[in-house]
Write a protein that binds this ligand. Structure first.
Ligand code: SF4
Length: 393
């Protein structure tokens, strides 16, 4: 295991709170061009493109890097300086690399957010698999949904990340992994559909020519089942994939594991899944995620309930063996996972056992923010605060 907490990178210290210039990292290509116009003697289209390529495709983090990679010389950079801030939105805190599979868990501070004198942090994980490198992104600081198997859920909701902060995780990921990201999953900290506009904007930016150029088919947004936003996603026909986490098909049990069940029940979720599937030209199956917890949701009654839930629903079941977070549950043995998947084999649907990259460095599914929970929330489990769903449309 390689661990680093040294100063991997010191960001430029250029801006002050009174600095009125927008951050280039929060703007689209068009936004950058618009910001440059008043400061540029000639149309700044090429300059905007060079800047965007440096920041978003090549992940430049310092002013020097931006100038070098974007080929922006001393004649043109003053125009950028007058119009925009370019220092990073996130600050590197540390990363740890798993010997076992090369997964890298990176902790990044969100520079604009402090709590109790401490800068808030998020985590991003890269998981290599043959030619592919999957990046698991965070969309929020903490999460309001309080799933009982998830460390982030213990933190409660703290803030939504901006599109720039979401996209910048990609730059750090490629820098630390030393290779291109091929797949992106919104399965890190936070419920992406509770930060809907910013997540969708970030996902599009990650596909762009001047951006990371990840194929939209390789971007997955995983939701715990925020039904109104699933319906909105379906109406708006975004090209990314949605995955749906249920973790139990028994309503009472699901309510214990995933408190969102009390607001959007399995039946509504299933209807929203059917609508989503019907709207898709390419996807023939919906992906259902199931965190398998021994002595909780891996018994005969659970398989029977799943049978009813998937009946008539073209789907694939992603079984995610529970990863240790606290001492409420224990991870399943391999034999238990095998027995469970054999039992659900009788449901006649494709079943996959999800590999959780980086378990050895607490980067597996459900483990992100485990350090912060240990530090800040000894015991106890937060429940979703009232009213968090009230503005959804
Ligand atoms: S599993 Fe996802 S939705 Fe549930 S608490 Fe964790 S981050 Fe939030």
């Amino acid at each position: 295991m390689l661990e680093s907490s040294s100063n991997y990178f010191s960001p430029d210290k250029g801006s002050t709170p009174a600095d009125a210039r927008p951050s280039a990292r929060e703007l689209s290509l068009t936004g950058i061009e618009r910001a440059l116009w008043p400061h540029s003697p000639k149309p700044p289209k090429n300059l905007a493109f060079a800047l965007a390529i440096a920041l978003f495709r090549h992940g430049a983090l310092t002013r020097d890097e931006t100038a070098r990679i974007g080929l922006i010389g001393t004649r043109r950079f003053p125009i950028v300086d007058r119009a925009l801030r370019i220092e990073p939105l996130l600050e590197y805190r540390r990363h740890v690399k798993a010997d076992s599979d090369g997964s890298i868990r990176t902790v990044l501070d969100v520079r604009r957010l402090t709590r109790g004198g401490r800068v808030e942090s998020i985590e991003a994980v890269t998981i290599p698999h043959r030619e592919d490198l999957t990046l698991c992104l965070s969309s929020q600081v903490g999460c309001a949904l309080a799933c009982s198997f998830c460390a982030t859920g213990f933190l409660g909701w703290r803030a939504n990340l901006t599109p720039g902060e979401i996209v910048e995780q990609h730059a750090w990921a490629e820098r630390l992994a030393g290779r291109r990201v091929t797949n992106i999953v919104f399965m890190g900290m936070g419920e992406p559909l509770l930060n809907y506009e910013n997540v969708i904007e970030a996902a599009y930016r990650l596909t762009r020519t001047e951006g990371a150029q990840v194929s939209h088919r390789k971007i997955v947004i995983s939701t715990a089942g925020v039904v109104p936003m699933i319906r909105r996603f379906t109406r708006e026909a975004h090209p990314f994939q949605l995955f749906f986490s249920i973790s139990s098909a028994i309503p009472e049990k699901r309510r214990e594991i995933m408190p969102i069940e009390a607001t959007y029940c399995l039946q509504e979720l299933r209807e929203a899944m059917v609508e989503y599937l019907a709207s898709r030209k390419r996807n023939r199956l919906v992906t259902i995620e199931y965190v398998a917890i021994p002595d909780v949701n891996m018994g005969e009654a659970d398989v029977e309930a799943l049978r009813k839930f998937v009946d008539g629903l073209p789907c694939i079941l992603d079984v995610i063996p529970y990863n240790a977070v606290g001492d409420r549950y224990r991870p399943p043995t391999w034999a238990e996972v095998k027995n469970f998947t054999t039992a659900i084999g009788s449901l006649d649907i494709p079943v996959k056992i999800r590999y959780s990259g980086g378990k050895s460095v607490a980067a597996g599914c459900g483990q992100l923010a485990a350090d912060q929970v240990t530090a800040a929330t000894p015991g106890g489990h937060m429940t979703a605060p009232p009213g968090i769903f009230s503005d959804l449309h």
